[in-house]
Design a protein around this ligand. Structure first.
Ligand code: ZN
Ligand code: ZN
Ligand code: ZN
Length: 556
C-alpha cells in the first residue's frame, strides 16, 4: 500500500466511522422516542354491554380464530378485572372506562338519577339545549354535559391539537356519547322505533355527513328484519341450559322462549326497527356502521393517532330477556365473535396489521337468573316492593309523622328532604341512621350505609369501598342499601346488574396490537386502570379525574 493509498484508505475509514456514528446517533434518537411512547395510527376501544368474564372461557372452544381468540392469544388478558364501584350500570360503566375514575369523581352515578338540586329525575346523557340530527324525534337531544371529568378521548384530542379524530358508535346513545368525551368529532347511536337510522346531536354537528345518510338509506337496517335462528346446530350448544324454560322472558307475541325467534312476525308496525336491538343483529349493524366510519372518516390513515370507540349493546338486551345461562346468550356471543373477526379484518385492511391498538372490556357483568339459582339450591331471591313500601311508610308515619321526609328512592339510595328534617328540628345524621337501621331489619337487605359514613370515612376494601367509589357527594343520596348476594329487585325472568357483588363486577379486559405485550395476569386490575394504561402507551395526559393506574404488565 503506497503512502497516498494508505492516507486515502485512512480517510475512507474515518468517513465510514463518521457515517456509522451519525447513523448510530440517529438510531438512538429514534429509539429514545419509542421508549417514550407508542403511536398507533388508531386506538379502538370496544365495550361489550353486560359481558361477564366467564363468557370468554365458557364459549372459548366455539369461537373462531379471528375474533376473541385473536385478542386472547396474541394480546394480553387481564383475568381478574373488576368494577370497583356500584351501581354497576351502563352510563357509569362506559364513563368509568373512558375517564379512568369512578362515579365519585366523574359524577355519572346511574343511567338515571334524582337531581337533588333541581328536584327532578335526570338521564345521564340527555341535554335539552341541543337538537336531534337525523330524526324529527327527541332521540338525538344528547350531550356529555353531566360528565364532570375528561376522557382518554378528550386527552388525545387536546394532545394532537385536535388533529386526531374521535368517533364514537353504539346502539345506545349513552354507549356512544359518554366514551366520545366532551370533544368527539361525532357520536352516533341507533334510533330504532319506526326509523331504523343512525342519528346524532347538534352538540356534534349541524347535519349528518353524506356517508351516514347513504348508510341509512342503504336498506341495511331493513335487511336485519329476519328470523333469528342459531348460527350453528343448537345440539352443539352444550355450554348453556335448555332453550325452553321458565327463567326466560318472551317477545310480546311469542308463546315459548325458543328458537327460531321469528322476528318478522313479531314486528310492531309503529316501532318495527326497535326489535333489531334485542337480537344479535343489533351488534352486526353496529359492526357494519363502524366499518363504514373507519373508511369514510379516514381513521388511522396518517401518523396522528385517531380513536374509534365502539359499544356493542345487543348483548345487554339479550341478557336482560333470556339470562346468563340461555342458548340465546350463547348464540349472541358466537355471532359477536364473527362480527369482531369482521371488524379486525377491516382494521388490518384499512389501517394495517400492527398499526392499531385495541382494548375490549364491558360496562358491567350480570347475575344468573335468581329463580334458576334458587332451583339449583343457591341462595337468591327477589325484593317484594309492595310489602316493603307498606311497611316503610308505616315506619315513617310512626317515627316522623310524615312520609314526605323521603323525597326519592333510586339506584338503591334514599334521598331525604333536608328542609323538612330541619323544620322538624331533627338531626340529619340521626334520621339517616334510623332509616338505615329500619332497613337492616328487612329480609332481603344485607347491609346499610349512610351518606354521613360516605362523607366521613375513607374505606379501602370490600363493599363499603365499592359503594364509596360510586358515591358522589354532590349527587348521591342519604341512605344506601346493599341487597343480599343473589337478590335483585326486578325482573322475574332474565338477568340484570347494578350491584357491588362479584357477578356484576368481574368483566373481561383484553388488550391487543401495537405496543401491547403477549400474556396474561391474574393480578387484580380495575376498570379505571384502562384509561391511564392507554394514556401511558400513547404518552399523553391522563384524564382529569384519573384514580386508576397504568397496568404495567400490559405495556411492552
Ligand atoms: Zn350496560
Ligand atoms: Zn330460550
Ligand atoms: Zn343492562
Amino acid at each position: 500500500m503506497s503512502k497516498r493509498n494508505y492516507s486515502s484508505f485512512f480517510s475512507f475509514l474515518v468517513f465510514v466511522f463518521t457515517v456509522f456514528q451519525s447513523s448510530a446517533q440517529k438510531k438512538s434518537k429514534i429509539a429514545d422516542e419509542s421508549n417514550l411512547r407508542v403511536t398507533p395510527k388508531l386506538v379502538v376501544g370496544i365495550v361489550v354491554d353486560q359481558m361477564r368474564y366467564d363468557y370468554l372461557t365458557r364459549f372459548y372452544k366455539d369461537f373462531g380464530d379471528e375474533g376473541f381468540k385473536r385478542m386472547v392469544e396474541e394480546g394480553f388478558n387481564c383475568k381478574n378485572n373488576h368494577f370497583n364501584y356500584a351501581p354497576t350500570s351502563t352510563g357509569p360503566g362506559h364513563t368509568s372506562v373512558y375517564t379512568g375514575t369512578t362515579p365519585a369523581t366523574h359524577g355519572i352515578i346511574g343511567n338515571n338519577w334524582y337531581d337533588k338540586e333541581q328536584d327532578i329525575d335526570v338521564y345521564c346523557a340527555s341535554d335539552e339545549s341541543y337538537s336531534s340530527v337525523g330524526t324529527a324525534t327527541d332521540a338525538g337531544k344528547m350531550s356529555p354535559h353531566r360528565m364532570m371529568s375528561t376522557t382518554i378521548t378528550d386527552e388525545l384530542r387536546l394532545h394532537t391539537q385536535f388533529r386526531g379524530k374521535t368517533i364514537a358508535i353504539a346502539l345506545k346513545d349513552r354507549g356512544a356519547v359518554l366514551p366520545g368525551g366532551h370533544t368527539a368529532n361525532a357520536a352516533y347511536w341507533f334510533h330504532g322505533a319506526d326509523e331504523g337510522k343512525w342519528i346524532s346531536s347538534s352538540y356534534y354537528m349541524k347535519a349528518l355527513p353524506k356517508w351516514v345518510n347513504d348508510f341509512n338509506s342503504s336498506g341495511a337496517a331493513q335487511s336485519y328484519k329476519k328470523p333469528w335462528n342459531t348460527l350453528r346446530d343448537i345440539a352443539t350448544y352444550t355450554e348453556s341450559g335448555t332453550d325452553n324454560n321458565t327463567y326466560e322472558g318472551l317477545f310480546e307475541t311469542e308463546t315459548t322462549p325458543t328458537f327460531p325467534h321469528s322476528i318478522p312476525n313479531l314486528l310492531d308496525k309503529t316501532r318495527d326497527f326497535e326489535l333489531i336491538k334485542a337480537t344479535p343483529y343489533g351488534n352486526s349493524i353496529t359492526t357494519d356502521f363502524a366499518i363504514e366510519a373507519l373508511k369514510n372518516e379516514n381513521l388511522g390513515k396518517d401518523d396522528i393517532t385517531d380513536f374509534l370507540a365502539i359499544s356493542f349493546s345487543s348483548t345487554d338486551y339479550v341478557g336482560h330477556k333470556y339470562g346468563v345461562n340461555s342458548k340465546e346468550i350463547q348464540d349472541t356471543y358466537l355471532r359477536l365473535d364473527e362480527d369482531l373477526a369482521r371488524l379486525f379484518k377491516a382494521l388490518d385492511k384499512n389501517v394495517g396489521e400492527g398499526e392499531y391498538t385495541l382494548f375490549l372490556t364491558a360496562d358491567h357483568g350480570a347475575i344468573e337468573v335468581p329463580s334458576y339459582l334458587k332451583d339449583v339450591k343457591i341462595p337468591a331471591g327477589h325484593v317484594d316492593y309492595d310489602t316493603t313500601k307498606a311497611k316503610f311508610s308505616e315506619f315513617l308515619k310512626y317515627k316522623y309523622g310524615t312520609e314526605d321526609i323521603v323525597k326519592n328512592f333510586s339506584n338503591l339510595q334514599f334521598f331525604l328532604d333536608h328542609k323538612i328534617i330541619k323544620n322538624l328540628d331533627l338531626n340529619l345524621k340521626d334520621v339517616q341512621e334510623e332509616i338505615a337501621k329500619e332497613f337492616l331489619g328487612y329480609d332481603y337487605v344485607d347491609r346499610v350505609y349512610t351518606g354521613y359514613q360516605m362523607w366521613q370515612y375513607q374505606y379501602t376494601s370490600g363493599i363499603p369501598y365499592i359503594l364509596q367509589n360510586g358515591y358522589s357527594q354532590k349527587r348521591s343520596g342519604d341512605v344506601l342499601l346493599v341487597l343480599k348476594p343473589g337478590t335483585i329487585s326486578y325482573p322475574m325472568t332474565g338477568s340484570t346488574h347494578g350491584s357491588p357483588q362479584v357477578y356484576d363486577t368481574h368483566t373481561p379486559l383484553l388488550f391487543y396490537g401495537k405496543g401491547i405485550k403477549k400474556g396474561n395476569t391474574v393480578e387484580r386490575t380495575e376498570i379505571p386502570d384502562i384509561a391511564p394504561t392507554v394514556a401511558a402507551l400513547l404518552g399523553i395526559s391522563f384524564p382529569s379525574g384519573t384514580t386508576g393506574k397504568p397496568i404495567a404488565a400490559v405495556l411492552q
